[in-house]
Design a protein around this ligand. Structure first.
Ligand code: NAP
Length: 286
């Protein structure tokens, strides 16, 4: 039997390989667990408070999943359902026993999201919701980046993707994902194009990318036409389907053209959670 030729061992065209976000998260989890133990030994209980302003079910589900993840690494996580969101954010900012604050959406109709974000103490703003945090990121100053945007970079670094000079395209320009991801990529010396709902020739722009970051929030919106063969695709989208599944922004024809891609679920999500908890430890460290 002769050994296989190079052509035979090459992956068939259209066989992109999935990046294991859960495995990357497990690596971070180990370091986070160690750091949490060290802080506790020094008498500090790293504490995160998740503010739940309404009785929205998916917000409550997310809060509970954070609570579980936090418990598994030794971070104290409390869920608060305040009568007044803004007063609660002020009180948590002033409480020395609280190190990290997240305010969940949706907000009550009388509370503006920007106003609420601005009331989170930047020193405790572990999910980068305060405009001050985004400004610090833009200015290259220390501060907290939104955990999802940070997860995009963490995954690319973990996978050894060369970012300096790389053509990267971010689809989406929200302040929680698209914009901060673009700023982080820029800080890593990538050449960054940001696309959005008004972009002309979206498929052409996307197909130029060595690294494509999809953060649109539309199920399977990007297809093979948007993906350059051999690109690395980071799919941030988490879109519920009518049959109760979660799918990304990139459809299977798109991920099949990529060299590597993050699956949904099991890609960006688990890394995001761990980075959020790591931020709580950073905030708790004197
Ligand atoms: P968002 O605030 O709704 O922003 C969506 C962005 O996509 C906007 O900038 C919008 O453009 C752009 N967009 C919408 N339709 C488009 C189209 N047809 N073509 C090009 N661009 C289009 O959403 P988000 O909060 O950034 O979240 C994006 C996705 O990430 C959602 O699926 C969300 O669930 C997911 N997410 C995942 C995590 C995680 O940890 N995995 C965390 C947060 C969010 P305009 O600005 O022009 O409107």
């Amino acid at each position: 039997v002769s050994p296989p030729t190079a052509a035979q061992t090459r992956q068939p065209a259209g066989e992109g390989s999935a990046i294991d976000g859960r495995a990357i998260a497990a690596g971070i989890r180990a370091a986070v667990t160690d750091d949490a133990r060290r802080l506790r030994e020094a008498g500090i209980v790293p504490t995160l408070v998740v503010v739940l302003p309404t009785d929205d079910e998916s917000a409550a589900w997310y809060a509970r999943s954070l609570e579980k993840a936090a418990a598994s690494v030794g971070v104290e996580c409390r869920i608060h359902r305040p009568a007044s969101v803004l007063a609660e954010l002020d009180a948590l900012g002033a409480d020395p026993g609280v190190h990290g604050i997240i305010c969940q959406t949706p907000l009550p109709p009388d509370v503006d999201a920007r106003t609420a974000g601005a009331r989170i103490d930047p020193a405790k703003d572990v999910d980068g919701a305060n405009p001050v945090s985004l400004g610090r990121l833009a200015a290259g100053l220390p501060g907290f980046a939104p955990a999802t945007a940070a997860a995009v970079l963490e995954i690319l670094r973990h996978e050894g993707v060369r970012l300096a000079g790389a053509r990267t395209v971010v689809v989406g320009r929200s302040t929680v994902v698209g914009k901060p991801a673009a700023l982080l990529l820029l800080a890593a010396d990538a050449t960054v194009t940001v696309c959005h709902s008004r972009t002309v020739d979206l498929a052409e722009r996307c197909a130029e990318a060595d690294v494509l970051v999809a953060a649109i929030g539309r199920p399977h919106y990007l297809t093979a036409a948007h993906v350059r063969p051999g690109a690395v695709v980071i799919d941030v989208g988490t879109n519920p389907t009518p049959d109760g599944r979660l799918v990304g922004d990139v459809d299977p024809t798109g991920t099949a053209r990529a060299a590597r891609f993050t699956p949904v679920p099991g890609g960006v999500g688990p890394v995001t959670t761990m980075l959020l908890l790591r931020n709580v430890l950073t905030a708790a460290t004197p």
